[in-house]
Design a protein around this ligand. Structure first.
Ligand code: AMP
Ligand code: MG
Length: 417
């Protein structure tokens, strides 16, 4: 047996990131930046008002001598809606009504929120004069040019995931196309004489092929593109025929046929392809294989996952994720497994096998001080429990040397939703 850490290293070392393309950032969600993102302009692009209110000069905010109130009346000399810049200048000793996001007029250095004046908020006629407080700080309610980001600043480094917020950031700083790794193309193949189309009437001895759809949904959720889903009988000839249906995949994922059965078809490919099978010290998911095979004249990386659906699921969240992170240019996290894990707490006790990393489907409950997790299935054998798996929203990762997890213990989890 080899450790899960070591196996993930071997899988990553066998892979190179896909090519880089120039893409319209608006449609690049889920891709990964291949070069740093440099701001082309500052945000905010100009000084503007943070509130609907009145732009004033701070030095005009002197309370009237005969008044005990910290307020002053100022004549209103115009108004500035948000929109195209107009070179307004604020006459000394006056105020201008200004809207959120509108350009601060020359001469103004402070904004008083409408709520702090005697002018009612909303679409009311422009008052001729306005009562404003005098005890406001200089520069109040003004968003300064470049206070968020300055032109030429680096906003995100290579390897950053293009999220909806990063798309907004790009557009705000004047970047409309980016260098990104193209989407990873994945072909998924389930193997087994017992598999039938989930829509077919049930036949004795046969089961619906759930893995193909489990994995294709997971792969899409991870931001890659599923270019096809195939199903093979337990013969090498059938499996090779299915592989040849794949149009230029970056990765082929198979399920089942990798353990000690007499008809384990993926293992039987060993003589025809550069495949490495290992017993990985993980539970479930022990039998695993990786390597490459020739499809339409190209060597294509392959991951051979075990067939039990829960094994395939935990293999996706460890092995396939590691591979997709590498292929997509995302890279690994600093955790020893190179995966994103979160801290949580066991809500109950359970046992874990000696010498194997336990990958236990758990349900999360968010308490005020911690995320608490409970196994979704009592008992040890979970790998076949495809109809219960949907109750899990995380996988607890229990290190190989731990054999007992007690209620209240710290555990690391991989969120799966
Ligand atoms: P195998 O590794 O081929 O012995 O498969 C292990 C277990 O997983 C068997 O019980 C299979 O019936 C089951 N299995 C294999 N492939 C699938 C699949 N695509 N969908 C659901 N269950 C599967
Ligand atoms: Mg089989």
């Amino acid at each position: 047996m080899i450790s899960l850490e070591r196996y993930l290293e071997l899988v990553r070392a066998n892979l190179r990131p896909v090519e880089v393309e120039t893409v319209d950032v608006r449609s690049a969600r889920g891709q990964v930046l291949a070069s740093p993102l440099i701001a082309q302009r500052s945000v905010p692009a100009f000084d503007n008002s943070a509130m609907d209110g009145f732009a004033v000069r701070h030095r005009d905010l002197q309370p009237a001598k005969d008044s005990s109130l910290p307020r002053v009346w100022l004549p209103v000399t115009g108004q500035i809606p948000a929109g195209p810049f107009n070179a307004d200048k604020l006459p000394a000793g006056s105020a201008m009504r200004i809207m959120t996001g509108a350009c601060i007029p020359d001469g103004a250095d402070t904004v008083i929120a409408v709520e702090d004046t005697d002018c009612p908020p909303g679409p009311v006629p422009l008052p001729t004069k306005i009562s404003v407080p005098t005890d406001v700080p200089l520069g109040c309610h003004i968003r300064r040019q470049g206070e968020d980001v300055k032109a030429a600043e680096t906003l995100a480094c290579e390897g950053s995931l293009i999220t909806p917020a990063l798309i907004a950031a790009c557009l705000a700083v004047g970047v409309t196309s980016v260098q990104a790794y193209r989407k990873v193309r994945v072909f998924i193949v389930s193997t087994g004489d017992e598999l039938q189309d989930p829509q077919a009437p049930p036949h004795p001895g046969m089961i619906p092929d759930t893995n193909a759809f489990l994995l294709s949904s997971l792969v899409q959720e991870a931001g890659a593109e599923v270019i096809g889903v195939g199903r093979s009988a337990d013969t090498v000839q059938s499996l090779l025929a299915v592989f040849n249906q794949a149009a230029q995949p970056d990765l082929v994922i198979t399920t089942a046929g990798v353990s000690a059965g007499a008809f384990d078809v993926v293992k039987a490919l060993k003589t025809q392809a550069d495949l490495h099978f290992h017993k990985v010290a993980m539970q479930p998911g022990k039998p695993q294989g990786y390597g490459s095979l020739l499809i339409s004249g190209r060597q294509v990386p392959i991951l051979a996952l075990p067939g039990n659906p829960v094994s395939a699921f935990v293999s996706f969240h460890t092995v396939v994720r590691a591979a997709l992170n590498r292929l997509s240019g995302k890279g690994s996290s600093p955790h020893p497994l190179g995966l994103e894990l979160l801290p949580a707490q066991a809500a109950q006790s359970w046992t874990s096998p000696a010498g194997r990393t336990q990958l236990l489907p758990v349900a999360r409950a968010h308490r005020s001080d911690a995320i608490q997790v409970s196994p979704i299935c009592p008992g040890r054998s979970v790998s076949h429990r495809v109809a219960s798996l949907h109750r899990a929203d995380a996988i607890a990762v229990v290190p190989a040397e731990v054999t007992q997890v007690n209620s209240g213990d710290a555990v690391s989890i991989i969120p799966t939703i």
